[in-house]
Write a protein that binds this ligand. Structure first.
Ligand code: COA
Length: 452
């Protein structure tokens, strides 16, 4: 889609904020340390057409005020050796772009099938530049011919996780609407050090430190990384979700203490369909990688609205053959097993491991999602992230709630997100990126294998 950039602004906090260096936690520096994209579309409203204030001015002004509270996001990150990053709180500001397009919102028809065209509506970040030059937050407001707009946002995963990023977005919108801040973020970059308990568990129980599996017969994932990928957004109705739950939560099996959740049954189903579409052999080892929010899993829990990364990357493992041939509840149990391991001790022991490494770079995705280095959860593995309990909808900057919110573009094989349906009707969306050669089969199994 053709988009014309009209203007680009650097927005700094209105008032002076803390200046100094924060050491980032180890979790800030492993996995994806690039920016996470999201996109929001808004219909034109008569009220706004008549308004004397421009949307971009509202966004700029509220952004400069919200950055007083979220000042780490107005800073920059820089390398400090050993593949480690630190955060410079220097108020250099965030980037806001004003753009326009000759298209109308009605041209999108179904937003979910158009994710490829979102690329020009979300700010571009040039990772070839020195990392210290890159803003941690970038926004792009694009106005369409019909008066509708879209806001594409990218936020650095090296500084905040999904919960913290959404807190920032919600408070930005609140100030834009003319309301006061609801809750300031809790900023303590040393939180994981203050409570640091050394070497509680032996490291060999930490499956998440193992490199992802390779295809049987291969000694690396180089060939798999190079294959072309495509993205699909698939829908599960409430009935589909209930069928998956019913099939996994068989009453006669009383060994499970509580029924498998939506995340457990849906990710088990996705894992199974991916193994089938990729035509794995029975003995193929496979990992399912996922993020666990630890805010309430550590003791004491992290303070409310802690700003930073509080997610641990965990792994469930199995042989593909078992996943493909055994009932879905077998795969749910593998996932539940992995989730339940992550208690207070496990979390501190995980942090302890990352702290002990002299070099974190092999564990980082720094060059964007098509990186040839860093962790790769493509074939024969999969990474399924839950946004099911994240407050992703209802972002109102004063011109009404969005008519569509989406995860932006993801182009790495095996990258998968589970989102709640936007109507709060019990439906679920699955945004998945797979190799082009596997996508059609995946979609077929995804719907055919739902028990009736
Ligand atoms: N928030 C929390 N729990 C809710 C909820 C809400 N808004 N609404 C309902 N629940 C209840 C439900 O019973 C739900 O079960 P259901 O999905 O079958 O209806 C259950 O809590 C979910 O509990 P949860 O602890 O979230 O377990 P899970 O099995 O669904 O998910 C994880 C497991 C590991 C994915 C989840 O614990 C987690 O950490 N999610 C956060 C991921 C995250 O931060 N993603 C962004 C990464 S940047």
């Amino acid at each position: 889609m053709e988009v014309r950039i009209k203007c680009s602004y650097i927005v700094r906090p209105t008032n002076p904020t803390y200046k100094g260096v924060y050491q980032l936690s180890e979790w800030d520096q492993i996995g994806v340390i690039t920016h996470v994209p999201t996109i929001y579309f808004y219909k034109s409203s008569d009220e706004w057409v008549a308004s004397s204030k421009s949307m971009i001015d509202i966004l700029k002004e509220s952004l400069s005020r919200v950055l007083i509270y979220f000042y780490p996001l107005a800073g920059r990150i820089r390398w400090k050796g050993g593949g480690r990053l630190e955060l410079l709180c220097n108020g250099k500001g965030v980037k806001l772009i004003e753009a326009e397009s000759y298209k109308c919102l009605c041209d999108f028809d179904d937003f979910d099938s158009q994710t490829a065209v979102f690329e020009n509506l979300i700010p571009f970040v040039d990772y070839n530049k020195p990392i210290v030059e890159l803003p941690l937050v970038l926004g792009q407001l694009t106005k369409f011919r019909c008066g509708g707009v879209c806001l594409g946002v990218k936020i650095s995963h090296a500084v905040v996780d999904g919960q913290s990023a959404l807190h920032f977005m919600a408070e930005w919108a609140r100030l834009a609407r003319g309301e006061p801040l609801k809750m300031a973020p809790y900023i303590d970059p040393y939180i994981y050090q203050n409570q640091y308990l050394p070497k509680i568990l032996t490291r060999n129980i930490h499956i998440e430190f193992n490199p992802p599996q390779f295809l049987v017969g291969e000694e690396s994932n180089v060939k798999e990384r190079e294959k072309a990928t495509s993205v699909s957004i698939l829908h599960l109705t409430k009935v589909h979700v209930e069928s998956l739950k019913k099939a996994s939560n068989v009453k006669s099996e009383c060994h499970i203490r509580r029924p498998y959740t939506r995340y457990e049954v849906i990710s088990a189903h996705i894992w199974k369909c991916a193994c089938k579409a990729r035509k794995h052999v029975y003995e193929q080892p496979t990992y399912l990688d996922f993020s666990i929010d630890v805010r309430n899993r550590v003791h004491p829990p992290l303070p409310p609205k802690y700003l930073g990364n509080a997610i641990l990357d965990m792994v469930a493992s199995s042989k593909s053959g078992e996943i493909m041939t055994r009932p879905l509840r077998y795969t749910c149990a593998r996932i539940r097993e992995a989730i339940e391991k992550v208690n207070d001790e496990y979390i501190w022991s995980n942090i302890d491991f990352w702290k002990s490494l002299p070099d974190l770079s092999p564990f980082q995705d720094i060059h964007g999602l098509k990186s040839k280095e860093g962790p790769f959860y493509g074939n024969p593995n999969i990474g399924v992230i839950s946004w099911l309990t994240l407050p992703i909808y209802g972002l109102d900057f004063g011109w009404g709630k969005e008519i569509y919110m989406g995860p932006g573009t993801h182009d790495s094989d095996g990258d998968c997100l589970i989102l709640p349906g936007p109507m709060n009707d019990g439906s679920v969306k699955v945004a998945i990126c797979l190799q082009v050669g596997h996508m059609d089969e995946f979609k077929k199994y995804f719907y055919e294998d739902i028990p009736t």
